[in-house]
Design a protein around this ligand. Structure first.
Ligand code: G3H
Ligand code: ZN
Length: 278
């Protein structure tokens, strides 16, 4: 059934566990994420990034409606989250489109500008009863440039959370977006300091590049939401490539999209299972 991100993240944080949040681009992503979470027996977040909305010709409703429909039929709790929003016009559509939460991303701005923009987004979001996540210390790799060296300062994080009123904070501790190898090394000592500094759940972005052992340690250290995107696209693309290589005469899109969907569901089950089992 459909639930809220607030419920899943709060519950995970209380249990010192984490909820996995997967970026969806196509209907196959949506179905695969829910099937994978069902086979792992754990709740999951379906998240739509601003970039995915751009890919969907600027429309958020087609993906949101499909995600709501699939979530409503799911055998595990599923929440809908709008991810990495910079565009105010998109932010304002979140509640009407059926999202229970948003991640507002002004992390590319200097501290004061990030705080001011985030504070305004929080005021609006809370007025709509939306749970809101923000980012401090820009996590690299969003526009191609990996910057695994960027770090969130615990003192800044404390004042940023207190002054903005955000419900969760995405922190830069060594992961970076769009990694195709699982070689990230996380700064666990910094994560510990951040978890002590702020009283809201922490979010790990760029988790595709994070090895299982590092992920387990990050969840034990205070990460309550684990964002995964690229790992699904790797699974999809590899499976489609293999299928097309093995069946050069195929024309039915269901054949290779089906193979891709199964591969994504297996990846989701593996990642979700790893997080909940620790
Ligand atoms: O917000 C989305 C995540 O940070 C996804 O990152 O594609 O590197 O797994 P990833
Ligand atoms: Zn991210």
């Amino acid at each position: 059934p459909l639930t809220t991100t607030a419920d899943l993240v709060t519950r995970a944080a209380q249990e010192r566990s984490a909820v996995a949040a997967f970026n969806i681009i196509t209907l196959e992503h949506i179905e695969a994420v829910v099937e994978g979470a069902e086979s792992a027996g754990a709740p999951v977040v379906l998240q739509v990034s601003e970039n995915a909305v751009k890919f969907r010709r600027g429309h958020v409703l087609p993906l949101a409606r499909a995600a709501l429909a699939v979530a409503g039929q799911a055998r595990v709790p599923v929440a809908l989250h709008l991810d990495h929003v910079r565009d105010d016009a998109l932010l304002k559509q979140a509640a009407d489109a059926g999202f229970s939460s948003v991640m507002y991303d002004a992390s590319h701005l200097p501290y004061d500008a990030n705080l001011a923009a985030t504070r305004a987004a929080v005021a609006w979001a809370h007025g709509q009863r939306l749970w809101i996540e923000a980012e401090l210390g820009e996590i690299g790799g969003k526009r191609g440039a990996h910057a695994p060296g960027v770090r969130t300062d615990p003192g800044e994080a404390r004042t940023f959370v207190a002054d903005s009123g955000v419900d969760a904070l995405a922190v830069a501790i060594g992961s970076t977006h769009a990694m195709t190898s699982r070689t990230a090394v996380l700064d666990h000592a910094l994560l510990k300091r951040l978890a002590l500094a702020v009283d809201v759940p922490l979010v790990l972005h760029g988790s595709s590049g994070v090895p299982d052992t590092e992920l387990t340690a990050a969840v034990a250290g205070g990460i309550a939401k684990v964002n995964v995107g690229t790992a699904l696209n790797i699974a999809l693309t590899d499976a489609v490539r293999v299928h097309l290589d093995e069946h050069p005469d195929v024309v039915d899109a269901r054949a290779y999209l089906g193979a891709g969907r199964e591969a994504m569901a297996r990846a989701v089950a593996r990642i979700v299972g790893g997080i909940v089992r620790g």
